[in-house]
Design a protein around this ligand. Structure first.
Ligand code: GDP
Length: 489
């Protein structure tokens, strides 16, 4: 995976398109393209060009290889076997240290016909100056040359795989280095503490305190709080691997199923009759769910009515099905990113109000909705927090959709981390927080306070944060991350 040499691959999406891109990276790339690239000398050069495409003309491609360049010309995809068969080609050149990979890089922008792009890559490989890139090798080289860290490499994949605006924004924020800066700042702070501690090692015999222990403790406490906050973010991350759940909750007959159907009618793709009936884990009862996409935000709307109307809230004390169904409901609500709590102001008794309240987790964002607005005495009244809706007239449905999207956005913006990074980082961050806690315990222990053990705990924390960004890595880890990329990225 880490072999040297120049590499080449198609960087644009496979399939027919107006334009296709062949990307090269490495030291000998100009030699690899030179025999087949013909520079357009004047903007008026007409097709086909006058110069035959069968000689090494590297000198003519890039005059000053220390500067970036865009050169218009022609390319002979079939090389010396068909030197006169050429296609228009714009060549983009980046010197070492300027392109994405950190190496000398070239992109050939060609007509996006698959046979042409295949032929170009094959012809370039035949020169032996470049070979076909492996999966994610361009991004791997960017990482190995220090252009990006591992969280940014994962963000490249996150951007490619994004299935909604929110996921794309998260990936782009991570790619821009938001997360990298946070981790590198944490590492610097830990490094400073370590340096101060180690500077004091020379004076251990003299019993001189180089930096006050109270100061070290305050600095470690701050770092630990930040590590824990980031760890928390990894847990609440809404990412590519999980679509957020929005659950409709309320007493029986409050109008949840009607609201569910109205939402599908309003925002669905017309396949509302295909609502899936899923088995709820831990119970044999069913509930309805449907994936919706509003304003680029994807989520699963769940109608829990099916559960509660059957067994969950049945007044059969201590019966096993009821218990199991309730546990399933509790788990469903605990997993939900948003609870939409439905109340029917026209009903005198919301029979299960207390029960419903008790199983809604206190830390889950709540959207309050009143149903059956068409029957209400004050049809237009809009409470500050309450959204009045009617499944008969469609009143308030659009507003409810907007509120769901706003709440999901707010929630996912706390993340700024792609799901794959969140999953990979959790253990490392947990261990970093543990080591910092150990260090703080040592500082609190006046009798057995040992600066050497204290420093070793800080080193462990540094090492774990380094795993997140990739300063500390194994070939196996890189292999696992980059093998998920496609060739050309
Ligand atoms: P669920 O048990 O909470 O799912 O409630 P349903 O959706 O089954 O509705 C209970 C009853 O209220 C049904 O008879 C519905 O027709 C009625 N209902 C629901 N929403 C509305 C509404 O917006 N306006 C009116 N007038 N009736 C509604």
């Amino acid at each position: 995976m880490f072999s040297d040499g120049a590499i080449v691959a198609q960087a644009s999406a496979h399939g027919t398109a107006r334009r296709g891109i062949i990307r090269l990276s490495g030291d000998s790339i100009l030699n690899a393209v030179a025999p087949f690239f013909l520079r357009k000398e004047k903007s008026s050069d007409s097709f086909p060009p006058a110069i035959p495409a069968n000689q090494n003309c590297q000198g003519r491609i890039v005059e000053d290889t220390s500067k970036t360049a865009i050169i218009d010309g022609w390319f002979a995809p079939w090389g010396t076997s068909e030197p006169d068969l050429v296609v228009p080609c714009a060549l983009f050149y980046w010197p070492k240290g300027r392109g994405f990979t950190g190496e000398q890089a070239v992109e050939l922008h060609l007509p996006g016909s698959p046979p042409i792009l295949d032929a170009v890559a094959r012809t370039i490989c035949e020169t032996k100056f470049a070979r076909l890139a492996t999966r994610g090798e361009f991004t791997l080289r960017a990482f190995l040359s220090g252009r990006i860290d591992l969280t940014q490499a994962e963000a490249v994949l996150g951007a490619i795989d994004a299935s909604s605006d929110a996921e794309l924004q998260t990936a782009l924020a991570q790619l821009s280095g938001m997360l990298s800066r946070e981790f590198s700042n944490l590492r610097e702070k830990l490094m400073d503490v370590l340096c101060d501690l180690e500077a004091g090692f020379d004076f251990v015999e003299e019993d001189i305190e180089f930096v006050a222990k109270t100061e070290i403790k305050a600095r470690l406490l701050e770092i630990k709080a930040r590590v824990e906050k980031t760890l928390e973010r990894t847990k609440t991350q809404l990412g590519a691997d999980r679509i957020p759940i929005v659950a409709l909750v309320g007493s029986p007959n409050v109008g949840k199923s009607s609201l569910f159907n109205k939402m599908l009618e309003f925002f669905g793709d017309g396949s509302s009759s295909k609502a899936i009936v899923s088995n709820l884990a831990g119970t044999t009862r069913d509930y309805l769910e449907k994936e919706l996409l509003i304003d680029g935000m994807r989520f699963i709307l769940v109608d829990s009515a099916g559960v509660e109307n059957r067994e969950a809230f049945k007044d059969v004390a201590d019966s096993l099905p009821r218990e199991r169904a309730q546990q399933g409901l509790i788990r469903l609500f605990a997993n939900a990113e948003i609870i939409v709590k439905c109340d029917d102001p026209t009903s005198k008794s919301n029979s299960r109000e207390e029960l419903v309240k008790n199983i809604i987790p206190s830390n889950t964002p709540l959207i309050c909705v009143t149903t059956k607005q068409d029957l209400s005495d004050h049809p237009e009244s809009v409470g500050n927090e309450n959204i009045p809706t009617s499944s008969v007239t469609g009143f308030g449905i659009e507003q409810l959709g907007k509120r769901i999207v706003e709440t999901l956005r707010k929630y996912s913006e706390n993340g700024e981390m792609t799901a794959s990074t969140a999953i990979r980082c959790q253990d490392a961050l947990r261990e970093a927080a543990e080591s910092l806690q150990n260090a703080l315990n040592i500082l609190d222990d006046d009798i057995f306070l040992d600066d050497f053990i204290l420093a070793s705990e800080i080193r462990v924390a540094l090492d774990r944060i380094g795993i997140v960004t990739g300063q500390v890595h194994t070939d196996d880890l890189l292999d696992r991350i980059f093998s998920r990329f496609c060739i050309g990225k």
